[in-house]
Design a protein. Structure first.
Length: 241
């Protein structure tokens, strides 16, 4: 996706600048990015104002995964007024920013690369791809916020339900206590100053009732004496002398 662009040459100027740049390009093509960055740095010592060399060095550093150092050089190269230097500098700066997870800044860099060189298909491709990734991340963040809000809402609802349950239980306990107090109040309380009830006197019998009761007792006594005599005579007869 993120192909690097490298300026491969300089006008035929006096050495050692052009010669060091040539060696840097050769090393970069072989994949020896450390030697390439060193050669481009030596070329810059001879030609410090040449932004093409700044771009080349930044590209070599980016190939070494030295993002921050590479980005500084590439941004410096974007100040070159020449389109053939400025456009690829913006493009590679976008690559460095994208590697650093800075999507917004990468999109801006690739947009500037397209504006500088509308024919840059690589910049257009990277821009659209990063744009879709940015939209995906924004949607994920939005969904995450919605999930967090829903979780907070559910937690609040659970808290409200628990508070309601606790209040209902408290109300029920208070009601039971009040019912017990009401029952105690409804029961008659003994009066400490009240005398205990006196035994009721026996009912008075009339003279006639007393005489009938006495006659009945006498008759019952005669029956009992008669029964004992009969039982005694029977034992006397049965006795074996």
């Amino acid at each position: 996706m993120l192909a690097l662009l490298l300026a491969v040459g300089l006008p035929p100027l006096w050495a050692p600048g052009p010669e060091a740049n040539r060696k840097g390009n050769t090393a970069w093509k072989k994949g020896d990015y450390d030697q390439a960055a060193g050669e481009f740095a030596r070329a810059l010592e001879a030609m410090p104002a040449e932004k093409r060399l700044t771009f080349n060095r930044g590209t070599a550093l980016l190939s070494q995964k030295k993002g921050d150092e590479a980005l500084s050089a590439l941004i410096s190269a974007t100040t070159d007024p020449r389109r053939e230097v400025q456009a690829p500098a913006y493009y590679n700066a976008g690559n460095a920013l994208f590697d650093g997870q800075k999507l917004d800044e990468a999109l801006d860099a690739w947009k500037r690369a397209i504006l500088t060189d509308p024919s840059d298909e690589n910049a257009k491709f990277n821009y659209e791809l990063a744009k879709r990734k940015k939209q995906q991340q924004d949607q994920e963040k939005k969904n995450q916020k919605q999930d967090q809000k829903q979780d907070q809402k559910n937690d609040q609802q659970d808290q409200n339900d628990q508070q309601k349950k606790d209040q209902e239980q408290k109300d029920e306990e208070q009601k039971q206590q009040q019912d017990q107090q009401n029952q105690q109040q409804d029961q008659p309380q003994p009066d400490e100053n009240q005398e205990p009830p006196k035994p009721r006197p026996a009912a008075q019998m009339s003279k006639e009732q007393a005489e009938r009761l006495l006659d009945a007792l006498k008759a019952n006594e005669k029956d009992m004496i008669k029964a004992r005599m009969t039982s005694r005579r029977k034992r006397d007869v049965d006795k074996d002398w």
